[in-house]
Design a protein around this ligand. Structure first.
Ligand code: DP6
Length: 355
């Protein structure tokens, strides 16, 4: 599929209709990270993520033919109007104008809710942008247009809202970005990774330590930009491409130790890139480092398969299979929970069956 295959014509839609649609979309966490992109939202390397089970955004989109010359967009988060969310949505609608030409003829009201606190530091752009894209696919149906492959179209549109959002369209393990090692992979949309997955990875725990609440000092969008002219960029992109190959082998073999080693290396590489950017920035907090120290110590002592990954922030995603779960969760409660702000923790899971 090429980008032009997603272009539709206004004549394919009944533009007199009004309506209201709703969609829910789950957050995801990358195992091999997307960090660096070119226009329009093309990743500089492929990524693989886990879609979560409990952390989601739910959005209701009401649409009616526009009343004034310019279309109006209003956004409410948990019934509170958020005018500061509007520019991001407008930018998204502009980016997808070619693929969703009906947007300019409508006024919109969005009501959105996150299962996690907005200030928790959990990236809501992945679940938020994919929930909105799913709403648009439903709106298209209401206007008389049915895409041949709705999930693919929804992933394509989501990507133009936020790169990581395109992976949230599918449950379980998902890949985005062209890779010579994955048939059917594309820079334009994500695809599910279903084949050759060892049973141990088909349901995995992801417990999120909310180390620091509040907005990040540097946004992901700026972080991506800083990968342009970054002295280590090419090295990073090449390594990530090879890590896709390695992770696929690990996912097939069920080698947990190799899984942990690779996933932690990816997380630390992401943060190393931030530290080596110009200007440099650090999103980890002292308690992030303390928690990682304790985790490594625990793993050395017990040999239990507890691993971590990080997103672009201070919070930690703890990854572990069901085996050994009781001991691991007792350790989390006693040693890691005190490092979280307001004892914030989310017990989530990644699996293939939800959505
Ligand atoms: C560190 O998808 O938030 O979470 O495309 O600019 O919206 P934009 O960036 P975003 O970047 C996420 C980066 C990451 C790694 C990942 O999810 O792969």
């Amino acid at each position: 599929m090429l980008a032009k295959d997603f272009i539709v014509q206004k004549s394919e839609f009944d533009l007199n209709k009004s309506g209201k649609v709703s969609a829910k979309s789950l957050s995801n966490i990358a195992l091999v990270k997307y960090w660096g992109k070119t226009d329009p939202q093309i990743p500089t390397n492929p990524s693989i993520s886990y879609t979560l089970t409990n952390s989601y955004t739910e959005t209701t989109l009401s649409f009616e033919p526009k009343k004034a010359n310019e279309s109006e967009i209003r956004v409410f988060l948990d019934e509170v109007e958020k005018t500061d969310f509007v520019p991001k949505i407008k930018k998204f609608f502009q980016r997808i104008a070619e693929y969703a030409p009906y947007l300019e003829d409508y006024d919109f009201t969005l009501h959105t809710h996150n299962s996690f606190p907005h200030s928790s530091g959990i990236a809501s752009s992945a679940s938020g942008m994919s929930a909105l894209s799913k709403c648009l696919i439903q709106m298209e149906v209401e206007l008389g247009y049915k895409a041949k492959n709705q999930l693919q179209r929804s992933s394509f549109l989501s990507r133009l809202g936020s790169g990581s959002a395109c992976r949230s369209v599918y449950p379980g393990l998902v890949t985005w970005g062209e890779s010579e090692y994955i048939e059917g992979s594309s820079d334009l949309f994500a695809i599910p990774l279903e084949k050759d997955i060892h049973p141990v990875f088909k349901a995995f725990n992801d417990t999120i330590l909310l180390i620091h609440e509040g907005t990040k000092s540097v946004s992901s969008t700026v972080g991506h930009q800083l990968m342009n002219n970054h002295p280590y960029a090419q090295l990073r992109f090449n390594e990530a491409k090879q890590n896709i190959k390695k992770l696929l082998e690990i996912l097939k073999s069920g080698d947990l130790e190799a899984f942990g080693k690779l996933v932690e290396h990816e997380a630390l590489s992401l943060h190393a890139m931030m530290m080596l950017s110009d200007p440099a920035f650090i999103l980890m907090k002292p308690n992030t480092v303390s928690a990682l120290d304790k985790l490594w110590e625990f793993r050395k002592e017990t040999g239990l398969p507890l691993f971590f990954t990080l997103d672009a922030g201070a919070n930690i995603h703890l990854l572990y299979p069901d085996e050994g779960k009781e001991k691991i969760e007792a350790f989390i409660q006693s040693n890691l929970l005190p490092l979280c702000q307001n004892e914030g923790i989310i017990y989530d899971r990644a699996n293939f069956e939800v959505l």
